[in-house]
Write a protein that binds this ligand. Structure first.
Ligand SMILES: Cc1ncc(COP(=O)(O)O)c(C=O)c1O
Length: 416
């Protein structure tokens, strides 16, 4: 694409955009002056689809009408409600429907997965994670290590980029696996690193790790609904993700998990609850736990229907658009943003996101000066600041326009 840094060019791109009408499907927050914000923060909290209200109202009405009978007689019966999400989720993460389940919240799911997939022995006890993984993930893996009476000092390997670089090289990850493979029990990486926006090479890492007998899991908080995933074909052991970022399902909404089908009938250790018990006799209240032979077997509780209704609303948009078209537009939007940023001649900012990325770009600000972020916020941009020195921006293909991207660039340039 021969790009130009003009508003006219951005508007031309919008006019040609096949997905442009989907912007009207979302509530775009307004500034005090009544103009729409330039919302570039869908990697933190996705915007509300207008149809969400309708999906929630349906369940509120059915609760008012049926009370407890809504479990069976609601228009969308609550008993199997989580199952209404599985086909859509399977398409988004590249899985078989039996391999995905909506449940709990992300960090809870991460713990549940580690109960099953982190089984340290005297020899094989280490976990690999990114050094700059989201703090909750670090807390989770460290607490799992301690739970097994081990120490993060000796059982946690934190991956770091080389000096002077921002992204972690795949070759360096593979070298650690080659070198220490016999001692590593689990590799748990963010599929897309939350800070730099780096996408890891799922396939290469999973293949080499599993050849060495290591289990592999991914936190897809920044990947699900953002990049193309093939969890089943890559053979990933497990994955977890939240639904409130790229999946636009509302603050704190229910998360999800993937468990590869090769583990469904094995006798893996797990924490159990009644919702994971086989559906045929769950209500006979038997004493012995008999897990559903699918990812659903990892469920603990009956799920919050109102939250699942918001997810259904959002996934119905993903079903209409499909990940191929979404990712195609995402690449164009982010490439345009990168092009524009590269036309600004300054040494005050540096893009630290590597070529392997989704829609997020992370802009490092020299000397961690937050004034720049505060100034663009004042002018209507919603992005986020991550300590110590990064502004993260994510143009979202379902609701951001090329004109949004251009406006963001113009404001940033002016402030620089
Ligand atoms: C990469 C990553 N992991 C984990 C979390 C924690 O998610 P939750 O609070 O839903 O457990 C977040 C939240 O933003 C995140 O970005």
């Amino acid at each position: 694409m021969n790009c130009k840094n003009t508003a006219e060019f951005a508007l031309e791109l919008d006019a040609k955009d096949e997905l442009k009408d989907y912007r009207n499907e979302f509530h775009i927050p307004l500034q005090k002056n009544g103009k729409e914000h330039i919302y570039m923060c869908g990697n933190s909290l996705g915007l509300q689809p207008k149809r969400t209200k309708e999906f929630l109202n349906q369940e509120l009405e059915d609760w008012a009408t049926f009370g407890v009978e809504g479990h069976f007689h609601a228009k969308n019966p609550w008993m199997p409600y989580h199952e209404f999400l599985t086909e859509s989720y399977a398409k988004i993460v590249g899985a078989k429907p039996a391999e995905v389940v909506a449940m709990n919240t992300l960090t809870v799911n991460l713990h549940l997965m580690m109960v099953s997939f982190y089984r340290p022995t005297e020899k094989r006890h280490k976990i690999i994670i990114e050094g700059d993984a989201f703090p909750s993930d670090i807390y989770a893996v460290e607490s799992q290590i301690k739970h097994h009476s081990l120490s993060p000092e000796t059982s946690l390997i934190k991956l770091r980029p080389r000096d002077g670089e921002s992204a972690i090289r795949t070759e360096d990850i593979l070298a650690i696996i080659e070198r220490e493979g016999d001692e590593i029990a689990l590799i748990m990486l963010g599929g897309v690193n939350y800070y730099t926006g780096q996408v890891f090479d799922f396939e290469k890492i999973t293949k080499l790790a599993q050849d060495k007998g290591i289990k592999v899991g991914f936190d897809l908080a920044h990947a699900a609904g953002n990049i193309k995933l093939e969890l089943h074909n890559w053979g990933v052991d497990f994955a977890v993700w939240c639904s409130y970022k790229y999946l636009n399902s509302g603050p704190g909404s229910v998360a999800a998990a993937f468990v590869h089908e090769k583990h469904h009938t094995t006798n893996l250790n797990r924490f159990a609850g009644w919702w994971g018990h086989n559906k045929e006799d769950r209500f006979k209240m038997p004493d012995d736990f008999n897990p559903i032979q699918s990812a659903e077997g990892w469920q603990l509780s009956n799920p919050p229907i109102l939250s699942l209704a918001a997810i259904r609303a959002s996934l119905s948009i993903f079903d209409e658009v499909g990940m191929d078209k979404l990712v195609a537009k995402s690449k164009e939007l982010t490439n345009y943003l990168l092009y524009l940023l590269n036309t600004i001649y300054t040494d005050r900012i540096e893009i630290i996101t590597p070529e392997e990325r989704g829609c997020q770009l992370s802009i490092r600000v020299k000397n961690g000066n937050k004034n720049l972020f505060d100034a663009i916020t004042e002018k209507g941009v919603v992005a986020d600041w991550r300590e110590p020195d990064v502004i993260r921006v994510a143009p979202i293909p379902l609701y951001n326009s090329f004109h949004d991207v251009f406006n963001f660039y113009s404001i940033l340039k002016e402030e620089l």
